[in-house]
Ligand binder design. Structure first.
Ligand code: BES
Ligand code: MN
Ligand code: ZN
Length: 494
């Protein structure tokens, strides 16, 4: 989809479809009022008839309004005016784009970007409109034998602004929004791909593809190299799989030479069967999404490159399958991690932390300004927080605050859970330095506690995205989260 910003007189703007908002109880927005005036009360009459009440998300497609040049006008309900905010704005952009696609519209102009939204300037309104439009228009069709011929493709969306002086900020918003939408789409694609295609080897090639523009330095460590380094935990997970594990490193140097990089680490389990501690078969297909942390690293790097962010950024992706096999790791096995600490693997289904711990230790060689890891780590996090916010943990309150703020700004929210020392004792092992699991209670926290043992002395935070990285049910699919949060975090540091 192509985006541009425009400042134009509304009734005379020639376009295929003009999207205008109406507040609850039929209160017309300024763009709607201008159309109403030109058409001598066409919209007011419609509202009065009860045909359109302006309920949040309501939509109505109109044709041939007198004295209005647009071929069609899409009315979109904004809800109560005093409750209008960035989140409602995003929701109505989403609804608008879905209604446009539903109506077979391929080009449209949006007046929603002209509305005043608390805490969102023109830049933010343009950027969020582009992000939401990209989200709403996303389709995953790579694995269909032929494309859906009934599917409309929105080709062009003009974002209208109130005056020429707003154009520059809107263009900047469109630029950032497109980069974020592109990153989100990449993360969704990788997440949605089936596990027989999206293997560790596939992800390694995807990294090489991303590096082709010459802006990334790509390194892929193979199992033999990892063995030499001493990554016993990561290799324990992959030993039951025919697909060799990889450790993918992507370095983006957009900042001054020698400046400490931000390091992003993403869990890349391309399929999690649980291993010998095998999962029940119901919904096991969803464990193809267990590489969504990795996908968010790819998506964020892609966006950072496109935005030419002035900072140094390193992505580290440990990737493996987790399968049972005659050679698979067993409950009670003890392995030595890259950090030198030994771990008793009491549950082979707690594999995410095993691949992450060696990646986190490895990441320290980059002397990071901060390390943030993203992982679909625990079902317990979904129980605690549902699908609305990601779990947020860290050993540095300022870093946690920065990530929390980024999530709010990007509308990709996270909520902090505690990492109190008291939770650590659950990981006690009689045979190794510690175990890879604690009891059932507080599972998201004890998983984070495990990771914290590999990040001592670093500024580190962890996002448990088990509830936010994908949706189940009729709309099953990856969400691309937390790419928006991560890009915002980087934007705020660049
Ligand atoms: N990938 C799963 C976590 C998960 C489960 C995410 C369900 C989303 C939905 C992870 O590898 C896992 O299996 N975690 C275990 C940990 C337990 C064995 C301590 C879990 O959550 O059950
Ligand atoms: Mn697991
Ligand atoms: Zn997993």
């Amino acid at each position: 989809m192509e985006f541009s910003s425009k400042s134009a007189a509304l009734p005379s703007l020639a376009c295929a479809c003009l999207v205008v908002g109406v507040f609850e109880d039929g209160k017309l927005t300024e763009p709607a009022r201008l159309l109403d005036q030109a058409s001598r009360g066409h919209l007011a009459k419609l509202v009065k008839s009860g045909a359109f009440a302006g309920r949040s998300g309501q939509s109505l497609m109109l044709f041939q309004i007198p004295s209005v040049s647009a071929e069609r006008v899409l009315l979109i309900g904004l809800g109560a005016e005093k409750e209008f905010n960035l989140r409602v704005y995003r929701k109505v952009v989403d609804k608008s784009v879905r209604a446009l696609l539903d109506g077979g519209v391929t080009e449209a102009a949006l007046t929603l970007s002209m509305l005043s939204v608390p805490d969102a300037d023109v830049y933010a309104r343009a950027r969020h409109a582009v992000e939401c439009a990209g989200d709403a228009a996303y389709r995953f069709e790579q694995c269909k034998s032929k494309p859906d011929k009934h599917q409309t493709r929105l080709q062009k969306l003009d974002l209208l602004v109130s005056g020429r002086e707003e154009l520059r900020a809107a263009e900047r918003g469109i630029g950032h929004g497109s980069a974020i939408a592109g990153g989100v789409a990449l993360a969704k694609d990788l997440g949605n791909l089936p596990p027989n295609i999206c293997t560790p080897g596939y992800l390694a090639n995807e990294a090489r593809k991303l590096g082709r523009g010459g802006k990334l330095k790509i390194t892929v460590l193979e199992e033999a190299q990892m063995k030499k380094l001493g990554m016993g935990a990561l290799l324990a997970v992959s030993q039951g799989s025919r697909e060799p594990a990889k450790l993918i490193i992507m370095e983006y140097r957009g900042g001054v030479k020698g400046a400490k990089p931000q390091v992003l680490v993403g869990k890349g389990i391309t399929f999690d069967s649980g291993g010998i501690s095998i999962k029940p078969s119901a919904a096991m297909d969803e464990m193809k999404f267990d590489m969504c942390g990795a996908a968010s690293v790819f998506g964020t790097l892609k966006a950072a490159m496109q935005m030419q962010l002035k900072l140094n950024l390193v992505g580290v992706v440990p990737t493996s399958e987790n399968l049972p096999d005659g050679n698979a790791v067993k409950p009670a096995d003890i392995v030595k991690t890259l950090s030198g600490q030994t771990v008793e693997i009491l549950n082979t289904d707690a594999e995410g932390r095993l691949i992450l711990c060696d990646a986190l230790t490895y990441a320290q060689r980059f002397k990071p300004a901060a390390i943030v890891d993203m992982a679909t780590l625990t079902g317990a996090c979904v129980v605690a927080l549902g699908h609305v916010v990601s779990g947020l943990f860290g050993n540095d309150e300022s870093l946690v605050k920065e990530l929390w703020n980024a999530g709010e700004k990007a509308d990709d929210r996270a909520w902090q859970l505690p990492l109190y020392e008291d939770y650590q004792e659950g990981l006690k092992s009689n045979f190794a330095d510690f175990a890879n699991v604690a009891g059932r209670e507080g599972g998201a926290i004890t998983a984070a506690c495990y990771l914290s043992r590999f990040t001592k002395g670093m500024r580190w935070a962890h996002l448990d995205i088990a509830g936010t990285a994908w949706k189940s049910g009729a709309d099953k699919g990856a969400t691309g989260r937390p790419v928006p949060l991560l890009v915002q975090y980087l934007l705020d540091r660049a």
